[in-house]
Design a protein around this ligand. Structure first.
Ligand SMILES: CC(C)(COP(=O)(O)OP(=O)(O)OC[C@H]1O[C@@H](n2cnc3c(N)ncnc32)[C@H](O)[C@@H]1OP(=O)(O)O)[C@@H](O)C(=O)NCCC(=O)NCCS
Length: 191
């Protein structure tokens, strides 16, 4: 098998991660500006919108611009199955005195949930954060009723730190969300 470029992790070969292999045929690679149409379609799916902060009627032009100008410190990745983007995720490293911390977000295509794709994306982000970006604290926000996501995050060592009440307006009502975080090395992490 030919060597994959360093940013690609094909099925079953993730040296050093200690994580189980990806689902068969799945590749995790860097997100490229040229992915914007597929990513925009994925992020507009009903379950994805329900679990994230996405708004309906985001124009293609807005998506193209967002993908062409990612925030500073963003490591964006996609999960590709048989040539199709089925997952989208990223970690944004904070700046200055919070540069040891990063914010995580992820979404899996509505039709591909429950197949280990979210776990593969999280394993890749944790590996990049721990072993390459030297992040000590990973944080994220999740709706309190998003059980699959909360279970996934717990599996990777995230803990609930608090509840944000009436945090987000979703489908006609306010919902609470959990602030979750994972400390790489609690013993030596900053207080
Ligand atoms: C949350 C999400 C990323 C999970 O991705 P996924 O590919 O379905 O996750 P996986 O198949 O890797 O499953 C990961 C874990 O989630 C849990 N899980 C998955 N589907 C579940 C379900 N229907 N009910 C309960 N738990 C579930 C399991 O604990 C599973 O781990 P296990 O199989 O080792 O027990 C995906 O459901 C998603 O994108 N949802 C819409 C957008 C969203 O909510 N994003 C998160 C924003 S915070």
């Amino acid at each position: 098998m030919p060597d994959a470029p360093p940013h690609e992790t094909p099925a079953g070969s993730r040296p050093g991660s200690g994580a189980p292999p990806h689902p068969a045929g799945l590749t995790i690679r860097a997100r490229e500006p040229g992915d914007w149409q597929e990513v925009a379609a994925l992020m507009d799916l009903p379950k994805v919108r329900f679990g994230t902060l996405r708004l309906p009627f985001t124009s293609k032009e807005q998506w193209r611009k967002m993908m062409e100008t990612p925030p500073d410190g963003m490591t964006g990745i996609v999960a590709v199955l048989h040539g199709r983007i089925v997952g989208n995720a990223g970690v944004v490293q904070h700046k200055g005195r919070r540069s040891h911390a990063g914010d995580i977000g992820m979404s899996v295509h509505d039709d591909f949930c429950g197949r280990g794709i979210g776990s593969a994306l999280m394993a890749a982000l944790v590996d990049a954060s721990d072993n390459w970006l030297n992040l000590r604290r990973l944080e994220l926000t999740v709706y309190v009723d998003n059980e699959p996501a909360i279970r996934l995050y717990r599996k990777f060592g995230f803990e609930i730190e608090g509840t944000r009440r009436a945090d987000v307006f979703r489908d006609g009502r306010f919902v609470d969300s959990f602030a979750m975080a994972r400390l790489r090395d609690a013993a030596s992490a900053p207080p």
